[in-house]
Design a protein around this ligand. Structure first.
Ligand SMILES: NC(=O)c1ccc[n+]([C@@H]2O[C@H](COP(=O)([O-])OP(=O)(O)OC[C@H]3O[C@@H](n4cnc5c(N)ncnc54)[C@H](OP(=O)(O)O)[C@@H]3O)[C@@H](O)[C@H]2O)c1
Length: 263
């Protein structure tokens, strides 16, 4: 795939962490950008910084947990006459703690953002990509989606959805010129830890976190190489392989311990 064929890239959750770093990488490579997030100020700062690379940067402030968010984004793209060549579904967040005691509003917003908005946006950009005979859809999944995750149960399950949906859709779109790339970061330093109430938890203390920049560079390389599924980091790849060989109850037990059970 030639990166020059994919001039305009839309990135959700581009106001911090992996999304912001990916926007930086894309701007450095000469792509025009559409940045989506909830915080107008952060988006504006990012747009000002990235425009210095001589690329066009549009921002759309939108809370993707709203049921009609994807429709509103498409409407805005149409109004601005922007055709998206690559969609990066990156926006997402987690929640740490026992499901029974969880804040339902936060859980519901997580499912809407991580699953509903990602799926709906993908559905809405496909007709135009199909008409052009090419396109890239990048979904940011997670190594968390490779197993059940007690004490982050819903987050792990949303990422299992993302991982499986992406692979299945890539299969359905074979021969269309549209590729779906699912990226699985492991623990990465970003705003994620605070948003998921993970600061100071066992995983936060034990894991050697990748930087958002490392994951962003990896994501750009894999999406432009047309890869279907890519796990970031050698340690995470070994871990992912070992999960296949380990009994499910043990995998679940280990995830519970990593997520802080008993600590
Ligand atoms: N960090 C990790 O350890 C890790 C590991 C594996 C996968 N991931 C995945 O990587 C992706 C990026 O996360 P990150 O680590 O970069 O965390 P982050 O720094 O907290 O960034 C999350 C981004 O998502 C946006 N966002 C969250 N809720 C939103 C909503 N309702 N509507 C619109 N935008 C929303 C945030 O923007 P606003 O706050 O401005 O809305 C922010 O730009 C997520 O899908 C996450 O699940 C992270």
């Amino acid at each position: 795939m030639r990166s020059s064929d994919f001039k305009t890239i839309l990135i959700t959750g581009a106001s911090s962490g992996i999304g912001l770093e990916l926007a930086r990488v894309c701007a450095e490579k000469g792509h025009d950008l559409v940045l989506i997030g909830r915080h107008a100020g952060r988006l504006k700062d990012a747009a000002t910084e990235l425009a210095a690379h001589g690329v066009k940067v549009h921002t759309i402030r939108k809370d993707l947990s709203e049921p009609e968010a994807a429709d509103a984004v498409l409407k805005e793209l149409t109004r601005k006459k922007i055709s998206v060549d690559a969609l990066v579904n990156n926006a997402g967040f987690g929640d740490h703690g026992a499901f029974e005691k969880s804040d339902w509003e936060k859980v519901s917003m997580m499912i809407m953002t991580n699953v509903h908005a990602l799926t709906h946006l993908t559905r809405l950009v496909l007709p135009s990509m199909r008409a052009h005979g090419r396109g890239i859809i990048v979904n940011i999944g997670s190594t968390a989606g490779l197993q059940p995750g007690p004490y982050m149960a819903v987050y792990y399950a949303t990422k299992a959805f993302v991982n499986h949906f992406s692979e299945a859709l890539d299969y359905e779109l074979r021969g269309s010129g549209i590729r779906v790339t699912c990226i699985l970061p492991g623990a990465t330093s970003s705003g994620f830890q605070e948003a998921a109430s993970l600061n100071g938890s066992l995983i936060d203390r034990l894991a050697k976190l990748a930087t958002s920049r490392q994951v962003a560079e990896f994501t750009y390389a894999k999406m432009m190489a047309g890869r279907r599924f890519a796990i970031h980091g050698v340690f995470n790849r070994i871990l992912a392989f070992s999960l296949r060989l380990t009994p499910r109850f043990l995998v679940t037990f280990m995830a519970a311990k990593i997520n802080g059970e008993g600590s």
